[in-house]
Design a protein around this ligand. Sequence first.
Ligand SMILES: Cc1ncc(COP(=O)(O)O)c(C=O)c1O
Ligand SMILES: Nc1ccccc1C(=O)C[C@H](N)C(=O)O
Length: 419
Amino acid sequence: MYQNNLTFAKQCDQEDPLAHFRNQFLLPSDNKGNPLIYLCGNSLGLQPLQTQDYITAELKDWAKHGVEGHTDAKHPWLPYHEFLTNSMAKIVGAKPNEVVVMNTLTTNLHLMMVSFYQPTKTKYKIVVESDAFPSDKYAMESQLKFHGHDPKEGLILWQPREGEDLCRFQDLETIMESQGDKIALLMIGSTNYYSGQHFPLKKITELGHKYKCMVGFDLAHGAGNIQPNLHEVGADFAVWCTYKYLNSGPGSLGGCFVHERHANNEKLNRFAGWWGHNKDTRFNMRHEFDPLSGAEGWQLSNPPILSMAAIRSSLDVFEKAGFENIRNKSEKLTGYLEFLLDELDNNNINIITPRNKEERGCQLSIQLKNADKAFHTKLTKAGVISDWREPDVIRVAPAPLYNSFEDVFEFVQRLKKVL
Ligand SMILES: Cc1ncc(COP(=O)(O)O)c(C=O)c1O
Ligand SMILES: Nc1ccccc1C(=O)C[C@H](N)C(=O)O
């Protein structure tokens, strides 16, 4: 159904019900003002036009009200995180009291492991996909060490088979069959940062629970990209960032999910702070810690409002577009990219991301045999923003809110030239 020509790409853009959202983003250009082809939303999403106004409004309220802005700002700062909750809950398929925006991703991962990784002498191992993002692995290794275990022995890697790029669910089952009684936590990147493989979250959760393990997901590459349906999946916890597909700016805050079955679970360890304390008595001071029910109870500090304003802006764009529409377009757009790459018919190109759309989001990871980083530099000079991940992969992620079919077509033309 796809065609390898510009007229077809333009036709798709004309028929795309989300096409007008592109104008609501600031698209980067080079020093001479030529527009770049930006396919890097998997690393840093682009800025919605309205974000500046959302942030400026908070700066103005700060100027006008000073400390009184906590209660008198148009969007009062004391409950500000609550303005994000409903939209964020929809993005990850959760109930509002299961979700909170706070801290950053790796910080939240640690906080969640404090609660959901409570190893015993015999049941202490953690399973992770072998090529997880380094920060996640560092966090898990340091948690193992913190509890007195050897990370080399305690961290089990779920690996692709020899000669393959993707992990198979059956191999996770085999790990659980042989070591389930020693495993305390399954902590998997819902969508792997390198391969773009999206894992079967529900099957993984059920498998983990069968062996009495806690199950958590890192949705850094999933949130805003694929609907993870966290509540229905039944995961114990999840963490994510908002600077990739959620377009909320560099280093912006992260999100955190705690399943409602743990909302008031007093058996869990918790590192506490005053923002997680009962709102009615928070300012009475000198009270014993009285945690809020649900994910909010894990908050530590009063949050940075300027970052939250950017998240509120971005979530408003998602609300307007509707996540199902976004995902629909995403499947078509990435399908078009896949089609055009296949049309190149080049033996040095290997798409390692799964071919099946249920097992991937918008990113395709393109392995370029015999290429090195210099190749990627050439591609960048040709006006394409993508990223290179060692040893030989270019990650390309057409983001449905601001990328067009023409972007995808033009990218493949430039790739062909550089090849
Ligand atoms: C899967 C994954 N985990 C962790 C991180 C690190 O997140 P942060 O720097 O926000 O803690 C990233 C991206 O930077 C990521 O993609
Ligand atoms: N936050 C960053 C800051 C600087 C450079 C890269 C990042 C990334 O997000 C990398 C991303 N997590 C990745 O999947 O490679």
